[in-house]
Design a protein around this ligand. Structure first.
Ligand SMILES: Nc1ncnc2c1ncn2[C@@H]1O[C@H](COP(=O)(O)OP(=O)(O)O)[C@@H](O)[C@H]1O
Ligand SMILES: [Mg+2]
Length: 279
């Protein structure tokens, strides 16, 4: 068969397939996964803005949306109408102002289509996303993991070789922090370095009077990081501008006021990565 579906694809010799896979991954300098103990902590928002911030600093960046059932990255980057294409080199990522994006949402018929796949189907899709994408050379691949500590995030982490480490995103409530400890332990049990914890939705600054209201208690992320013995990368306030820019498909790091706290987090992350490479 000349083009389209290749029935021999699955029968490719395991050795040559593996070689191709690892060659692709070797062209990526830094791979960072973003995880959380539960959904709704802001993992996708942070993944998307980390990618855009790194791009704005001059790096080549890709983002792999590994959340198959809740793929939000295209919406956050304003490219919901784009679709992934295939070339002789594999799956071609979609472009979001220079950030290369792969997501299940870029394969679905419409934005409301639901992925109601069971585990093995999801695994097959994730394998293709990890091994069959033509990322070319990348400085950073940011991987937005499915939430929690179930089979799915574990499988993605196992598929990705040579990772720099994981960032765990938490909100300040006690239950979120409890789940965060579990997420950190999951990475450590899998021998993945935890680059640090980010506390999101940490206090709310009223846009009218400027008063900071601690809707949830504050500083728990930092305390948890200290207790577990991992770094704290910083905190991000609950900010209506972050929510509205995300809804509009724009990265909040493009707004210097809303993005200020986040850029400090990115500075800290880059410092941490350079410590490792000079060690
Ligand atoms: N710091 C923040 N301030 C305001 N809204 C936020 C903030 N972080 C995330 N959100 C909003 O919270 C919701 C959940 O965030 P999301 O990144 O989708 O979480 P997750 O990927 O962990 O499920 C989104 O509507 C997002 O816009
Ligand atoms: Mg998400």
């Amino acid at each position: 068969m000349e083009d389209g579906c290749d029935p021999d694809r699955e029968q490719e010799s395991p050795a040559s397939g593996k070689q191709k896979e690892s060659d692709r991954l070797k062209r990526i300098r830094h791979k960072i996964v973003i995880g959380s103990g539960k959904g709704g902590t802001g993992k996708s928002t942070i993944s998307a803005n980390l990618a855009v911030s790194l791009k704005r600093r001059g790096y080549t960046v890709g983002i792999l949306d590994a959340d198959i059932t809740g793929p939000d990255i295209p919406k956050l980057l304003g490219i919901e109408d784009k679709r992934l294409t295939a070339s002789s080199e594999g799956i071609e990522p979609a472009d979001a102002n220079g950030v290369r994006v792969v997501s299940m949402a870029l394969l679905l018929e419409s934005r409301d289509s639901a992925v109601v796949w069971r585990g093995p189907m999801k695994m097959a899709a994730l394998k293709q996303f990890v091994f069959d994408v033509n990322w070319s050379d990348l400085d950073f691949l940011i991987v937005d993991l499915p939430p929690g500590t179930s089979d799915e995030p574990i499988s993605v982490v196992q598929l990705l070789s040579g990772m720099d480490g994981a960032i765990v995103v938490t909100t300040p409530q006690d239950v979120a922090l409890l789940d965060t400890r579990k997420a950190v332990n999951m990475f450590l049990m899998m021998n993945v370095r935890v680059l640090g914890i980010i506390e999101n939705m940490s206090g709310f600054r009223c846009p009218n009077c400027g008063t900071v209201v601690n809707i949830f208690s504050r500083g728990g992320g930092e305390r948890a990081a200290r207790e577990i013995g991992v770094d704290f990368l910083g905190s991000l306030p609950l900010d209506p501008r972050i929510a509205s820019m995300s809804d509009m498909g724009r990265a909040f790091v493009e707004n210097s006021d809303a993005g200020e706290a986040f850029e400090k987090i990115v500075d800290r992350l880059l410092e941490k990565l350079s410590e490792k490479s000079s060690a």
